[in-house]
Structures are given as structure tokens and as C-alpha cells.
Ligand binder design. Sequence first.
Ligand code: PEP
Ligand code: MG
Length: 316
Amino acid sequence: REATARAAAGAPANTRDGVTIEVAANLGTVTDAAEAAAAGADAAGLVRTEFLFVNRAEPPSVSEQERAYRELAEGLGHRPLTLRTLDVGGDKPVPFLPTGQEANPFLGLRGIRLSLARPEILRDQLVAACRVAHDSPVRLMFPMVATRDEVTAALALLDEAITVVGAGRPAGLEVGIMVEVPAAALRVAAFAPLVDFVSIGTNDLTQYTLAAERGNPSVAALADPLDPAVLRLIDEVCRAAPSSVRVAVCGELAADEVAVPVLVGLGVRELSVVPAAVPMVKQAVRQVDLAAAVPLAARAVTLPSAAEVRTLLAGD
Ligand code: PEP
Ligand code: MG
């Protein structure tokens, strides 16, 4: 019986009209990988690699990172592993990566900005990822991208890492960016020639779109990822992405059952959520009829408020 349940969980999530949506898991530790596989995750859509870097005096070595990434890949049964490069700074300080005093850390030296300021640390991470990518599918993802120059700089470091590892570009390697800054959401066409996928981080995208700090209870009511302004940016990303560039969502919105038809209706084809939510999200996808979800999403984008979007979705 357990085997049957596991097979159902592992079956792909197809909409009623037969479009497959990848339902992936967000991982924050090595042990999450087995849980994700058991829950039926098709991939890891976001590995928050920060767990390897926080609470220590020095960065992890290449071989320590390689070991952790291999363990993740094995725990996942060699399903695709989306490794997000180090996303610290701002609210997530690390002693060996000082950012200096910042009045507005969320607008400061964080994510890819901090990694590019310390290229040797990013290069080591890319070397570890490339070593694993020769044996198991790896999707590299850069966080907090705002400009095309950041992506070209990161890709230059990736080329160096590939040279260090030797044996050419790993066959199973894909490259993508997180879209979590409005500037990136507005310019996906400029990034498209450089990437295989984009993954929308609705947690930060909501924070930056509404200028409402995440986790600040005084402005929590403003920071609704179903705000039509956020949906409009998601719509823009889906429209601008050519068919060669997969659009994912890995922010918490992806695990909101009522949001699934809207995201899929806008054109999102991968949802990455906490492992425990994978079966629920797969079930939600199986209820979606694209012929209805596309106009539903188009209508949601035009509504005057998040509250009205939620009312529309509750009545669905
Ligand atoms: C996001 O910003 O939506 C995201 C998935 O990244 P994090 O929550 O780690 O900032
Ligand atoms: Mg983020």
C-alpha cells in the first residue's frame, strides 16, 4: 500500500487538459532531500545553500560543498537539483562576509551582489556544483539579480569554474536566475539569451514591489503576493520568456492552493514549495483546467486589490 501511495505521489502533475507542471521542493538542509523525494517532488526547485555558510567562521571548502551537493542529489534520487548560489547579506549576515553598516540591508550588499564582491567564494561554490553536475542534473540559480551585467559576470565565473573542473561543460548543467527584484521582472527578454530558466521569488518580489519589508508586522497587510501589482509582474515575466526559458515560482505563493490556477494560468510551468506541500500542490494542479485558468488569471491581474483577487479565487 505504501508503494502505491508513493507511486501516486510521484506521478506527474498534469492539468485536466494535459499540461505537465513540475512540482518541486524547496530544501534548506541535506536531510530535506529524502523527505522531498518521499513526498513525490519532481525536482528540487530551490536549495537554499546558506545552510552551509551560516554559523561558522570560514566558508566551507570546495570538497565539503561537493559532498553536501552529492548527498542532496542522492537523497533526491538524482532528480534535478536547483542549487541557488549563496544568498546572504541583508538580513542574513555571515561573519566572513562583512557588508559594513547598512541603513537598509534589504537594499544593500546581498545575494549576487555580495557574491560578485567576493568572487573567490562564488567560484568555489560553482566548482563544487560543476563537479556534481557531471554525475547528476544540476540547475544553477543566481539570487537577487537586478541587471544583465550581474548575470554576465556570474557566467564568466561559471566558465572559470568549468575550466577548473575540466572535462568540459557538464551535460546536465542548466543555468537560471531568480526573478525577485522588479527590475529583473521587467527585463526578462534581456536575460533570456543567457539562461535556461527563471524562478520567481515571490517573497522578495512582493517586498520590493510594495516597498513593504518582509517579516515586518506593521506592513504585513500590504505585502500580499496576490496584490495585482505582483501578479502583473509575474504576467510580464511569463509573456517575455521565450518558449526556451522555463518559468518557475519558488516563493511561498506557489504553496497557496488558491494561487495555483492563477500562476498556471499566467504561464508558470514549475512550482517549488516546502516538501510537505508537494502532494497538495500536485492535487491542486490536477484540478486546473487551462481553458478556465487563463481567463481567470487575466482577470485577476486587472482587479483593484489583493482582497478582490482573493474573493475572485474563493468563488472559483
Ligand atoms: C523568495 O524571495 O521568494 C525566495 C524564494 O527566496 P528567499 O525566501 O530565500 O529569499
Ligand atoms: Mg529571495
